[in-house]
Design a protein around this ligand. Structure first.
Ligand code: PLP
Length: 301
């Protein structure tokens, strides 16, 4: 499956003579949008090959990965179990758009405390899940494993050779690692971290096979899922000017960062940039309910 490349027309890009194309992976599928589709593809094939009937995975209350896994599992005939961070959601999850949709797609939940959630990789914890749920195929939080990276290698195609720079948002680093591995030798890959901290550099280093990449760590807006009025207004204005919707957790921060770099003349005149739109638009409704409580401007849908 291939997504379309959309040329972005914007005064800043014209002024700096930089070409920006957005690879619209968000349009790949109406529900399993963007990179989560790529990351699940080979995992679900492996689960079938192992004759598993249930997919179990982990996520937070607004997780694109939870929403995508619920839908993809349903589509491929699996049962799905979501281990969700936050015991307090036990009584309120029906008012959460992401979890409600995942439930309607057939996913069943176990809500656990934040301290238990930190144990999610330990064998002891996984054994207790097997006691509760029987056999399952485990997909890690955020969906990142070797098969996910293999799926993300398919984002770049031969038609993308013309680009000098490839950009992606970074959560766990699986997507950008796939891009780094399948980028052409003349290309540089920029990852924009949606999380605070430097640790992702080491994580990505473990998953890739070349050094033609850089992790930008100044555009997280305070950390994962943190936003600001400036970011929201940027996303709304970008949509108005270009027609392309961005999400506030990942792609909005990437394009904000990329535009900031363009402003600072980071890219030579004539540079051709391809930014991957990894999706995440399902999370806008949930974010708007958070913004409303904080009296911040809302994202235009
Ligand atoms: C999950 C997600 C990411 C992060 O992908 P990783 O492979 O975990 O780095 C980026 N963008 C969107 C929209 C996502 O949902």
């Amino acid at each position: 499956m291939q997504s379309i490349n959309q040329l972005v027309e914007h005064p800043l890009l014209a002024e700096k003579q930089v070409t920006l194309v957005i690879k619209r992976e968000d349009l790949l599928h109406p529900f399993i949008s963007g990179n989560k589709y790529r990351k699940l593809k080979y995992n679900l094939l492996a689960a079938k090959a192992e004759n598993q009937h249930t997919i179990l995975t982990f996520g937070g209350a607004y997780s694109n990965h939870i929403a995508a896994t619920a839908y993809a599992a349903k589509e491929k005939g699996f049962k799905a179990i979501g281990i969700i961070r936050g015991e307090e959601l036990e009584n309120s999850w029906k008012t959460n758009a992401t979890l409600k949709r995942a439930y309607d797609d057939g996913m069943r939940f176990k809500f656990i405390s934040r301290s238990d959630y930190r144990e999610k990789k330990s064998q002891v914890f996984i054994d207790t899940l097997h006691n509760d749920f029987g056999p399952f195929y485990l997909v890690p939080e955020g969906g990142t494993n070797d098969l996910a990276i293999k799926g993300c290698e398919e984002i770049i195609t031969n038609d993308d050779k013309e680009f000098d720079v490839v950009c992606s948002s970074v959560g766990t680093g699986g997507t950008v690692s796939g891009l780094i591995k399948s980028s052409f030798p003349h290309q540089k890959v920029l990852g924009f971290s949606a999380l605070k901290g430097d640790f992702l550099k080491d994580e990505i280093n473990k998953m890739v096979n070349n050094t033609r990449w850089q992790l930008l760590t100044d555009y997280h807006f305070g950390g994962y899922a943190k936003t600001s009025e400036e970011l929201i207004l940027f996303i709304n204005e970008f949509k108005e000017k270009t027609g392309i919707p961005l999400d506030p957790i990942y792609t909005g921060k990437m394009i904000f960062g990329l535009f900031d770099m363009v402003k600072r003349d980071t890219f030579a005149v004539g540079t051709k940039i391809m930014a991957v739109h990894t999706g995440g638009l399902q999370g806008i409704a949930g974010m708007n309910s958070v913004l409303k409580k904080k009296n911040l401007p809302l994202l235009h849908i």
